[in-house]
Design a protein around this ligand. Structure first.
Ligand code: PLP
Length: 482
């Protein structure tokens, strides 16, 4: 007797869920993109104690529909323009469902050979789509935060060859350099690796929010003179606030001159390299030692899926490999062995993440991906023309890809008033429930961001966002006149 759900019951529920998912994807645009809940609402609606006896899954599903779904921010909504907009595409969802059913764990090759090898195949396919050289070897992690941490760990071992055995105590100080626009995950990685906040140096960026190579050069020179050891330079291609693109070729020259590891954070912008006319934006990134690209961002793969490419994967393995006997491979008669993914990062267990990426790459193909990314860029470009043609709005940064940074401006208001006005505008727009935008700080002031990355977003959704923004701005101007 099976102690799991009887197969026939599972089949019925799985069909029901398949219907629910298809309806959700078809109708998500009609739901409020962000929920009308306050902190604690969802929690209070659920029992504080676990169930003593079995409950019917139909009851669980009812609560899922009535309590959980209304408490969600719908990232799969076509009006989702916040953070970096993403898509859990239908092919990706199907791959994810199968991964759950299989429940394999690709810790080592023999714990799930096909999962390990499909990860090798899909990351190499993606490498080819991105136009990166064959030396780059990919592994899949949960997030870019993990991928960058692992890259920095490899860089640390390269800079401090004794660190693997002895740790960092008693060593001279190390430093990691990234622009003042870099993602917070880089500094977090530096902290996690034990360099402390002193081990992180934010390099100033220029008027278009790109790292200044001259300032980087000067900072490294000064550090070396003071006995501080450079560990890694992190160039960001597609920064989080403005999607600015660091001059990676010039940064690579600095890295070469001082023999420092170059890590490229292209978590969002990386997939742009698949599109021929956008690839030049990333030119030079192939000189990096490591690169992170998130298929769960702008490549239609459900969260989580982050690919870390390393030019010398043995460096990663050196940083992380400890093999206890219970995990060592049975001796293969022919002496050949497969890859053990546990050696490429902190976690032992590995979800079968390549399956959903494989589904996405096959279901869309290079041509389909290019066409979809182009549509996002075209919608963002159109939005920038509206901003640029309007006296009340100002574009804060160039728009190389599908993310626009802009702000409301009006004569006679000081910068502080404008900050508050922009925050009120984004809040009012978001309260509509039709679209979701987020804000950031650029040049010390509030800027709004519109990020396009959802497959269901159409020009009509972007037009609606623009209309809501203008209405909110008119409200601001009317209240100033009173
Ligand atoms: C989103 C983003 C990250 C963080 O990604 P996670 O996968 O959520 O850790 C890091 N860097 C950049 C440039 C990003 O856009």
């Amino acid at each position: 007797m099976s102690r799991d759900l009887p197969p026939e019951e599972f089949r019925v529920l799985a069909h029901e869920l398949a219907d629910w998912m298809a309806d959700y994807l078809a109708g998500v645009g009609a739901l409020p993109v962000s929920p009308a809940v306050r902190p604690g609402d969802v929690r209070r609606a659920l029992p504080a104690q676990p169930p003593e006896v079995a409950e019917s899954l139909e009851d669980v599903l009812a609560d899922f529909r009535d309590i959980i779904v209304p408490g969600l921010t719908h990232w799969n909504h076509p009006g989702f323009f916040g953070y970096y907009a993403i898509t859990g595409s239908a092919p990706g969802i199907l791959g994810e469902m199968l991964a759950a059913a299989l429940n394999v764990n690709a810790m080592v090759w023999h714990s799930s050979p096909a999962a390990t090898e499909l990860e090798e195949v899909t990351t190499d396919w993606l490498r080819q789509l991105l136009g990166l050289p064959a030396e780059f070897d990919g592994v899949i992690n949960d997030t870019a935060s993990s991928s960058s941490l692992y890259a920095l760990a490899a860089a640390r071992d390269a800079a401090f060859p004794d660190a693997h055995e002895k740790g960092l105590f008693g060593q001279s100080t190390g430093r990691v350099y990234a622009s003042d626009q870099a993602h917070s995950s880089i500094e977090k990685g530096v902290l996690t690796l034990g360099f402390g906040q002193d081990g992180y140096r934010a390099i100033p960026s220029d008027a278009e929010f790109r790292m200044r190579p001259d300032a980087l050069h000067a900072a490294i020179e000064a550090d070396i003179a003071a006995g501080v050891r450079p560990v890694a330079i992190v160039a960001t291609l597609g920064t989080t606030s403005s999607s600015s693109i660091d001059p990676v070729s010039e940064i690579a020259e600095v890295a070469r001159e001082f023999g420092v590891w170059l890590h490229v954070d292209a978590a969002y912008a990386g997939p742009a390299a698949i599109v021929p006319e956008l690839r030049p934006l990333l030119a030079g990134w192939q000189q990096a030692d490591s690169i992170v690209v998130n298929p769960h961002k702008w490549l239609f793969t459900p969260v989580d899926c982050s690919v870390l490419y390393c030019r010398r994967p043995e460096r990663l393995v050196r940083a992380f490999s400890i093999v206890p006997e219970y995990l060592s491979a049975p001796h293969e008669p022919d002496g050949e062995s497969g890859r053990n993914l546990m050696d490429y990062g902190v976690s032992l267990g590995r979800r079968f993440r390549s399956l959903k990426l494989w589904f996405v790459l096959r279901a869309f193909g290079r041509e389909g991906i290019i066409e979809r990314l182009r549509a996002h860029v075209a919608m963002a470009k159109e939005f920038t023309t509206w901003i640029d043609d309007s006296a009340q709005w100002h574009r804060v940064a160039p728009t190389p890809l599908s993310t626009v940074a802009f702000r409301f401006v009006t004569a006679g208001a000081d910068a502080h008033e404008l900050d508050r006005a922009n925050l009120r505008i984004v809040e009012r727009v978001n309260r509509s429930g039709e679209v979701l935008l987020t804000h950031t700080q650029l040049d010390g002031h509030i800027a709004l961001r519109l990020s396009i990355g959802n497959l269901r977003t159409t020009p009509a959704h972007v037009e609606r966002a623009w209309q809501l923004l203008r209405e909110a701005a008119e409200g601001e101007m009317a209240s100033r006149e009173r």
